[in-house]
Ligand binder design. Structure first.
Ligand code: CA
Ligand code: CA
Length: 216
């Protein structure tokens, strides 16, 4: 009967489906194995084994204002956008607000709205560290909330300070935290008493220079 022909299971077809299914399963398995093999090795909890401390300043994503992170060590070395390396400290990047937050790749605009500056301290040197934030460019005309975090990275990542500062206009510099380390990297004391690191005349001459560079 035609009905039987239509609905009766076709053994050849079933066998073919089985083979196809097994083959697909095999491919999927091999793909998974390959993927596991090529996955980069993850080192648990250690972000950068060469760094002992990480200091981060973060302001709202997509914000146009330029904030700078400035850190002074116990020897008076200063790290900020104008001196990316000093002593054992290193500034990863001068984030300039939304400036430079998008690039064009093959005609497509790729955006990274993050506003964050990070200073790493690559070894332990005893003394007092001063962590300041500076409102470098205040295009928005309104106060900017900045989150500042200090993390001790070894042997495990530990947040030793997290706080907020509100910067109120170009040239506003505030101390987020001061902390004193001993020779083994233990934090002995912390304070928020202001200590300005950038002199007003230095700030003004930097502003003039960047304005001139920007208008060229
Ligand atoms: Ca900056
Ligand atoms: Ca940015």
């Amino acid at each position: 009967m035609t009905g039987d022909k239509l609905f009766a299971p076709n053994e050849d077809q079933n066998a073919f489906t089985d083979i196809l299914f097994n083959a697909l399963l095999g491919f999927a398995f091999m793909f998974c194995v390959a993927f596991i093999l090529i996955r980069p090795e993850v080192t648990d909890g250690k972000i950068n084994p060469k760094a002992e401390f990480m200091i981060t300043a973060q302001w709202p994503d997509g914000h146009q204002d330029d904030v700078d992170l400035i850190v002074e060590d116990g020897e008076g070395n200063l790290v900020w956008f104008d001196a990316r390396e000093a002593g054992l400290m290193h500034l990863d990047r001068d984030d300039r607000g939304w400036l430079g937050d998008s690039i064009i790749v093959s005609g497509k605009k790729i955006e990274n709205p993050l506003n964050q500056e990070t200073v790493t301290i690559r070894g332990i040197a005893a003394g007092e560290y001063v962590v300041n934030v500076l409102h470098y460019k205040a295009e928005s005309g309104s106060p900017v909330p900045v989150k500042v975090k200090v993390e001790k990275l070894n042997p495990q990542v530990k947040v030793i300070f997290a706080g907020n500062n509100v910067l109120t206009g170009a040239g506003d510099e505030q101390t987020a935290i001061r902390f004193r380390l001993n020779a083994t990297g233990e934090v002995l004391e912390m304070a928020t008493r202001d200590k300005l690191l950038i002199r007003a005349e230095d700030f003004n001459s930097k502003q003039e220079n960047t304005n001139q560079a920007g208008s060229q």
